[in-house]
Design a protein. Sequence first.
Lengths: 104, 104
Amino acid sequence: MVAHMNDEALRKTIASGEAWYYSRSRKALWKKGETSGHVQRVLELRVDCDQDALWLKVEQQGPGACHTGRRSCFYRAVPLGKAGSTTLEFRDADKVFDPGKVYK
Amino acid sequence: MVAHMNDEALRKTIASGEAWYYSRSRKALWKKGETSGHVQRVLELRVDCDQDALWLKVEQQGPGACHTGRRSCFYRAVPLGKAGSTTLEFRDADKVFDPGKVYK
């Protein structure tokens, strides 16, 4: 998954060892798993060369991270080598939980 | 590494199977490796659930992807469990090429 952090989210992530993010649309801090229980325990937190991107290696609690019910948000591939319109192909796209039941 | 794509960069990446990006600061399309020779052959291109993020699995030509001379841009870790100021720790941070020679 990809999400944003602000300074407070980063501070809380560092202090707690669990992933906190910041929703730019809702203008609100959120802890991953606060509704679903699918908390992310951070195993390693890395920062990139120009310090505007973070990479989290996490132990994902529960079956998946994606709000659609998949393990990962990246469950579709774009076929390569084609010009013009294209059709996405599913990859590891089986639902591992029912988002209707988890996000109430 | 993390970089931006615009629609043209994505189109060129899909058509060529090599990674193209878009620099928002320079307002210009760029092909990874056009100066350094460190081209990225795309093995798989995935898109996330809300289709605003792409994940590229690449075969990196040359010794590394980072403009600082490292293999990866994520060569520093943020220690967890601490409040207040912190000191980044190096991870796989040996330089694998001399950026002064590669980027002329």
